[in-house]
Write a new protein. Structure first.
Length: 115
């Protein structure tokens, strides 16, 4: 009987560890923060022509609350100068982005990008 309890305890501990890793992975993959940037093509770096993502930008980005953060992200093409982008950022980097108009920027972001 005692041996059965030991195996059961080990099984429960293993399941708890797997569950913890699953929860951590879920939040790493699904936790997003939105940042806004303005494209500055003087801050672009050409990468290897053999890669799908040929360019890397390093730009100052601002959260909806106006908090500044330097963000790096790669693109397959050079982006339009002075365009505003909304970036969806996860723990592993930029997940997605889309162009937005100046009027769509949050007020605290507009303070950093005078039109």
């Amino acid at each position: 009987m005692e041996q059965g309890k030991g195996k059961f305890s080990v099984l429960i501990i293993c399941l708890m560890v797997l569950l913890a890793f699953g929860v951590i992975f879920y939040f790493m993959e699904n936790y997003e923060t939105v940042y806004y940037i303005q494209i500055d093509n003087t801050k672009i770096q050409n990468l290897s022509a053999l890669e799908d993502m040929k360019y890397e930008y390093t730009l100052e980005a601002y959260s909806e609350s106006g908090r500044k953060k330097e963000i790096k992200f790669k693109t397959s093409r050079e982006l339009k100068e002075d365009a505003y982008l909304m970036l969806e950022v996860r723990s592993l980097g930029v997940h997605a982005w889309k162009e937005v108009q100046y009027e769509e920027l949050p007020e605290k972001v507009k303070l950093h990008y005078q039109k």
